[in-house]
Design a protein around this ligand. Structure first.
Ligand code: BGC
Length: 389
């Protein structure tokens, strides 16, 4: 039996836009429905979790999991600049309360990729006062997290946001594989936003805050160590270094990236790949966790996302077991890890496509019927045992 530390959190994660449905005041919705849009599939009703969250929470608790990470949507809470929806604050507070009623520890993400349309129109994270806007939103959101929310993620994967903005810069050619060079101005503004948000949150007793970083498990080809570091530093280490004073650092890991003389490379020929086209590589988690621990100089780690898009649920179990085995080894080697959140609780909207199924729980897109998979029961059993058999 591989036992995890006492109080280790076993959870699953979702984001607002990917599950709630009809997130019409968000920038992403606008992009989805833009006449000359480039987003292949729209989110629509998503999983209707806006109304069905009580069922989502109950199902997670029934499996045996002990925590739920979910996002709150800035664009619902502040649909117009300066207009705050008390009803939506109440809604998200009810989600927190519902978690407690079911014995789940809530973890709340303040920003998971989407921003209000009004903020996007002002330039989004490129605006010179984006950080102030986000800090203000953090203050507005305090009633949701002020009491009984021990873990708050400020910004989800700032490194992915900065790379997306980098790819949109004029004159930037699309990368063949991997992540685009981040827009450094956006990286800096996100860092400022995170710090200002944390200043607000630090006043709340018992609340620990941090941000979550998409780790890449970089593998240099022989002789390409320098190129690999040049690729990795602005997209991973920069964001981990910025977490050095935080209460925790969120690690998100899915796959690895090879780097050759000309940059990132696709998975090697013949490698098993998942429904997102990523290499099946469960060790990515332990690599990401160890790197975060090293680069932050010992900031406690929370695995805020790890999972696999697959139609084969047995493969999901294999992947998760192997990822958790590597995580257990990292803990045995002294890395302080407080919990593991599987991505995702539900099959949900994968930013432009419904094809990659990441869920522990299957969702029928027409009826919204939820069906927990065997993997949900498997992870729930690990949670109950606080370990792997
Ligand atoms: C994001 C999720 C996304 C998942 C799988 C992470 O980058 O936080 O929103 O669905 O990976 O792609």
């Amino acid at each position: 039996m591989r036992t995890f530390p006492p109080g280790f959190l076993w959870g699953a994660a979702t984001s607002g836009h990917q599950t709630e449905g009809n997130n019409v005041t968000s920038d992403y919705w606008q992009r989805e429905y833009a006449p000359a849009g480039t987003v292949p599939e729209v989110s629509g009703d998503a999983c209707d979790s806006l109304h069905r969250y009580p069922e989502d929470i109950a199902l997670l608790a029934e499996t045996g999991l002990t925590s739920y990470r979910f996002g709150i949507e800035w664009c619902r809470i502040e649909p117009e600049r300066g207009h705050v929806s008390t009803a939506m604050l109440d809604h998200y507070r009810r989600m927190v309360d519902r978690c407690h009623e079911h014995g789940l520890t809530p973890m709340v993400t303040l920003n998971h990729f989407t921003v209000p349309r009004w903020m996007d129109a002002l330039g989004g994270w490129r605006h010179p006062h984006a950080a102030e806007m986000f800090a203000r939103f953090t203050e507005i959101a305090l009633p949701v997290v002020r009491d009984g929310v021990p873990w708050v993620c400020t910004i989800n994967e700032p490194n992915i946001i900065a790379c997306r903005e980098g790819a949109n810069l004029p004159g930037v050619a699309p990368v063949a594989y991997g992540m685009a060079r981040p827009d450094q101005r956006v990286s800096a503004e996100l860092t400022r936003a995170h710090r200002m948000s944390r200043e607000v949150l630090t006043g709340v007793p018992g609340l620990r805050s941090g941000w979550t970083v998409a780790t890449q498990a970089i593998h240099p080809l022989p002789g390409c160590e320098e190129q690999a570091y040049a690729y990795s530093r602005p997209i991973e280490e920069y964001f981990l270094e910025a977490a050095r004073d935080d209460d925790f650092v969120g690690v998100q890991a899915y796959t690895r990236t090879f780097v050759g003389p000309d940059g990132a490379l696709p998975p090697p020929a013949g490698a098993e790949t998942t429904l997102t086209g990523w290499e099946y590589f469960p060790d990515a988690l332990a690599i990401g966790v160890r790197n975060a621990w090293k680069v932050t100089g010992g900031v406690p780690v929370m695995v805020t996302e790890n999972g696999i898009a697959t139609a084969d649920d047995d493969r999901r179990i294999d992947y998760t077991r192997d990822a958790l085995t590597g995580l257990h080894e990292a803990i045995a080697d002294g890395v302080e890890v407080h919990g593991y959140y599987h991505w995702s609780a539900l099959d949900n909207y994968e930013w432009g496509s419904w094809a990659p199924t990441f869920g522990l729980i299957a969702v029928d897109r027409r009826t919204f019927r939820r069906t927990p998979r065997r993997s949900a029961r498997w992870l729930g059993a690990a949670a109950r045992a606080n370990g792997l058999a």
